[in-house]
Design a protein around this ligand. Sequence first.
Ligand SMILES: C[S@@+](CC[C@H](N)C(=O)[O-])C[C@H]1O[C@@H](n2cnc3c(N)ncnc32)[C@H](O)[C@@H]1O
Length: 211
Amino acid sequence: MDRMYRRQRHIYDASRKFYLLGRDAMIADLRPPAGGSVLEIACGTGRNLVRLARTYPDIRCFGLDVSTEMLETAGRAVTRAGLRGRIRLAQGDATAFDPEALFGRNAFDRIVISYALSMIPPWRAALGEAAHRLAPGGALHVVDFGDQHGLPDAARRVLNRWLGAFHVTPRGDLPAILADMGRHPPWHATVRQKFGGYAVHGVIARDARTI
Ligand SMILES: C[S@@+](CC[C@H](N)C(=O)[O-])C[C@H]1O[C@@H](n2cnc3c(N)ncnc32)[C@H](O)[C@@H]1O
């Protein structure tokens, strides 16, 4: 990851805003409780964390990423935004991390995974790990590439080849897996796809009233 992002991180936010769709809608939908905690797993440049902290001025934010290069950029973004007191960053692997060791807490009111499962080979493990870090009443929000059901074959082929150059593999079964999680207690799920399955936004919660 570090090798890939060493240079890309400098143009990351400007270039990705055109195709990492649905991130701001997810942030608007998050609605953490007053004074609550929000963890972004695989936070990248910190773009979402800064928006989260600005959108919800009384929450505390936490971000982890496996790439020290991305974390360096995120640290600068947080400092520039004057949010060092409210956003903490740490290096960690989405598939196995100890939030107590990283942040001094075991659970979070909201957890966000944005366009990262498509880069993590054992993405199902990352999903399970995140769900188990939810505080009572918490919700996990996932936004990523969807199942592409409405895209013409040619567009799908071009898109996936292009994403592959960035080590991104859309998980075609992600919407179905999220929906299936919601059929197994204690989980509830809502799954919405946009733009013919280009993007998916799934919410997993223990309490149906949270989603
Ligand atoms: C496409 S970027 C998305 C960044 C951010 N979430 C956003 O929406 O802008 C994917 C991020 O996942 C991180 N990543 C990849 N594999 C990871 C892993 N196993 N654990 C934690 N982070 C990982 C990368 O370093 C990168 O910062």
